[in-house]
Design a protein around this ligand. Structure first.
Ligand code: GLC
Length: 609
C-alpha cells in the first residue's frame, strides 16, 4: 500500500488537528519535495514536467498572463484546475496554491467587477465597506479557481511621487490600519478566540490574503519605488509596522516582503525585520513570500551572486520564493546550500511548516478544485452596486462655487445642453488605472463597465443634449454660451510600480490647459482621475466652479453621476495631503511646517459648500 493510500496518513485526515497534519506530512517529505514547496513559478512555465519533476508548491499569474485575452472565469478555472491536477499527481499529493494580484477586484479577469483603487477606498474611511469589497472580491477570484491574492497593500504613503501611491490607503497609519479590514472580507472573520498570528480561512468562498510589502515600502526617500526608507526603528514600527498588527490579528495567511530597504538594509535579507520582528515579536505564523524575483534584488547589480542571494533571503526568513522563472537555478542553489549546511535544515522545515499550515487552513487538501457554482458571481449586479457605493463614498469635493442663488453642485440634470470633455470622460481603462487586465493597465474599452460619459447620459433628463468631445474643438468653445455647464474629466493614464514614479506631478495629456480652455467659456466642473494629488495650477483652481477628486474609481462610473447630480452627497475625505507645489514634498499632516493646498481629511459636501 503506498503512503498516500495508507488510511492512517494523519495528514490526509481532515478531522485531525492542523498542526498534527503539518508534522505528519513534513516527516514524510524528502528535501526535493520540501524545496519544491518553497518554490512559486509563473503559470507560463507551469508545465507537466516542471510541476511533477520539481514538486512545485505554488503557481501564480503575473498580472496579465491569462489563459487567453478576455478569457471567461470558466476558462481560468479550467486552467488553474489543470495545474492542480498535475500537482496532485505527485507522490504525496500535496495541492499547489495558486496566487495572483487581485488588488481591486479580480482585475485580471474580463467582466469582473473592478473596485476603486486603495487611495479611493482610503477616502471613504469606511472599514465595513472595504470588508464587503473583500468578500465580493473573494467570490470573483475563487470563481476563477484562484486560491490566493497578493493583497492588501498596507503601505503607509510617505510621498505621492511614489508610483504605487494609489495602492496605498493613505498617509496616516491609522487609516491604513482601519482599511486592512479587507483581510476579514477576503478570508472571513476569525472567531474571537482565534490564536493571534495563526492563519485563518473561513471556507471555500474565501481567499487567502497577503499583507504587503513588509515593511516600509511606502516610506522610501523621495517616493522612489524599491528605494530606501530612512528612519529610526521606533518610527518604522509606529508608522509602517503598525498595520501589520491589524493584519495579523485578522489571521492574515501570508505576508510579502518588500523590495525596498530600511536604512540601506534590503528587506529581503533583513533577518531582524523578517524574523525577529514579523515572526517572533508580532507572532506571525503564516508564510512569508518574496516579491517577484525579490531575492535577486538583494545583490547589486540585481541578480548577481544569486547563490548568496538565496542564502541570505532564506536565512533571513523568506519561506516561499516567487522565483518566478529561474526555478531550476533556485532549487539547485538552495539544495546545495542545505547540503553544505549554509542554510540549516531547521530553516527549511520552518518554511515548509508555514506553507503546509496555510494550505491545510485554506482547505486545499479537501477542496483542491474550483467550486463552479461561484461562476455567476463574476461581475454580478450586487457586486457592481457595491462598487458603485464605493465610488460614491470615495469622491472628495475640493471646491464648490456658488452661482447667484445656489451652489454649483449638484448639477441640474434637466439642463438644456451639457458639454462633456476630456481624456477620462469615456475611457474605462483609464478609469480603472494600473493593475487592470495588465500590470500597467490599458486605456480604452478593456472590460465591461460604465464610463463617466455613459453615466451622465443615463442620468440626465430626456431633453438634455449631451455633447462629448475628448478634446474640445475651438468652434465648440467659441459657442460656449450655448452650454448650461461643462464637465471636464482629466487625469493620469494607467501605470504601475516604477513606471509611475513621478517628480513633476502635473496633470498629463495637457490636462491643465484643457480645463482652462473650457472654464474660460463655460461654468465648469473638473473631475480628476488620478492615483494621487497633482499640481493644480491657479487657472484650474480659480477659473473652475467645482473640483472633484475621483481617484481611480474602476468600472462603476455611475457612482460619480449619483453624487454630482445630487442623488447622494459627497462624503469622501482626503486620505493624503494635497500639496501646493512639489518642492513641498514629502508633505505629511504631522509635519511641523504643514502648508497644504488641501489638508489630510479635507472634503466638502454640497451643503457645506
Ligand atoms: C510585483 C509587486 C507585487 C506583486 C508581485 C506579483 O512586482 O511588487 O506587489 O504582488 O510583483 O505580481
Amino acid at each position: 500500500m503506498s503512503e498516500t493510500e495508507d488510511s492512517s496518513c494523519v495528514y490526509k485526515n481532515s478531522n485531525a488537528p492542523v498542526e498534527a497534519r503539518v508534522q505528519d506530512l513534513l516527516s514524510r517529505m524528502t528535501l526535493p519535495e520540501k524545496i519544491g514547496q518553497m518554490t512559486q513559478i509563473e503559470r507560463s512555465v507551469a508545465t507537466h514536467g516542471v510541476l511533477t519533476d520539481y514538486f512545485i508548491g505554488s503557481v501564480q499569474s503575473g498580472a496579465g498572463t491569462w489563459p487567453f485575452e478576455d478569457a471567461k472565469s470558466s476558462d481560468w478555472a479550467e486552467m488553474v484546475d489543470g495545474v492542480q491536477r498535475l500537482a496532485l499527481a505527485s507522490r504525496l499529493g500535496i495541492p499547489m496554491i495558486y496566487g495572483t494580484d487581485a488588488v481591486h477586484g479580480n482585475n485580471n479577469l474580463y467582466g469582473a467587477t473592478i473596485f476603486p483603487h486603495n487611495i479611493g477606498l482610503g477616502a471613504t474611511r469606511d472599514a465595513d465597506l472595504v470588508k464587503r469589497i473583500g468578500a465580493a472580491t473573494a467570490l470573483e477570484v475563487r470563481a476563477s479557481g484562484i486560491h490566493w491574492t497578493f493583497a492588501p497593500c498596507v503601505a503607509v504613503l510617505g510621498d505621492p511621487r511614489w508610483g504605487r501611491c494609489y495602492e496605498s490607503y493613505g498617509e496616516a497609519s491609522k487609516i491604513v490600519c482601519e482599511m486592512s479590514s479587507l483581510i476579514s472580507g477576503l478570508q472571513g472573520e476569525p472567531p474571537k478566540d482565534h490564536p493571534n498570528g495563526y492563519p485563518f480561512l473561513a471556507g471555500r468562498n474565501n481567499l487567502v490574503a497577503c499583507a504587503k510589502h513588509f515593511v516600509g515600502d511606502g516610506g522610501t526617500d523621495k517616493g522612489v519605488s524599491r528605494g530606501n526608507t530612512i528612519s529610526s526603528y521606533e518610527d518604522l514600527e509606529k508608522i509602517h509596522v503598525a498595520p501589520y498588527l491589524n493584519c495579523i490579528s485578522q489571521g492574515v495567511c501570508t505576508v510579502m516582503a518588500s523590495y525596498s530597504s530600511w536604512n540601506g538594509s534590503k528587506l529581503h535579507s533583513d533577518y531582524f525585520l523578517l524574523t525577529e520582528v514579523l515572526k517572533q515579536k508580532l507572532g506571525f505564523k503564516g508564510l512569508l513570500v518574496s516579491d517577484w524575483d525579490g531575492l535577486e534584488t538583494i545583490s547589486e547589480p540585481k541578480g548577481s551572486d544569486y547563490r548568496n542571494c538565496v542564502k541570505l533571503g532564506i536565512n533571513a526568513g523568506v519561506d516561499m520564493v516567487m522565483v518566478p522563472f529561474k526555478y531550476q537555478q533556485f532549487i539547485e542553489e538552495l539544495t546545495d546550500l542545505v547540503e553544505s549546511e549554509e542554510v540549516p535544515m531547521g530553516r527549511i522545515n520552518d518554511a515548509v511548516e508555514r506553507i503546509l499550515r496555510v494550505k491545510f487552513v485554506a482547505g486545499l487538501f479537501e477542496f483542491p478544485f474550483t467550486d463552479r457554482s461561484l461562476l455567476p458571481t463574476v461581475g454580478c449586479k450586487e457586486h457592481r452596486e457595491l462598487a458603485r457605493e464605493a465610488v460614491r463614498k470615495s469622491l472628495v469635493l475640493l471646491k464648490n462655487g456658488k452661482t447667484s442663488y445656489k451652489p454649483f453642485l449638484p448639477l441640474d440634470r434637466m439642463a438644456e445642453r451639457v458639454l462633456v470633455v476630456g481624456t477620462h470622460a469615456d475611457d474605462l481603462g483609464s478609469q480603472c488605472g494600473g493593475w487592470t487586465k495588465k500590470i500597467y493597465g490599458q486605456s480604452g474599452k478593456i472590460t465591461i463597465g460604465t464610463t463617466l460619459l455613459d453615466a451622465i447620459k443615463a442620468i440626465v433628463g430626456g431633453k438634455t443634449e449631451v455633447i462629448y468631445e475628448r478634446t474640445p474643438a475651438k468652434e465648440t468653445l467659441a459657442s460656449g454660451e450655448g452650454f448650461s455647464y461643462a464637465i471636464v474629466a482629466v487625469g493620469e493614464p494607467p501605470y504601475a510600480e516604477k513606471r509611475g514614479d513621478n517628480s513633476e506631478l502635473t496633470i498629463p495629456l495637457n490636462g491643465n490647459n484643457i480645463v482652462a480652455a473650457v472654464a474660460e467659456k463655460i461654468p465648469t466642473l473638473v473631475i480628476l482621475f488620478t492615483g494621487r494629488p497633482m499640481v493644480l495650477e491657479p487657472k484650474v483652481l480659480e477659473k473652475t466652479e467645482a473640483l472633484v477628486a475621483a481617484w481611480l474609481p474602476g468600472t462603476e462610473g455611475q457612482g460619480i453621476a449619483d453624487v454630482i447630480f445630487g442623488d447622494f452627497d459627497f462624503e469622501g475625505k482626503l486620505p493624503v495631503s494635497w500639496f501646493k507645489h512639489v518642492d513641498q514634498l514629502p508633505l505629511n499632516a504631522d509635519d511641523s511646517l504643514y502648508d497644504p493646498l488641501f489638508p489630510l481629511g479635507y472634503g466638502l459636501s454640497c451643503n457645506s459648500g
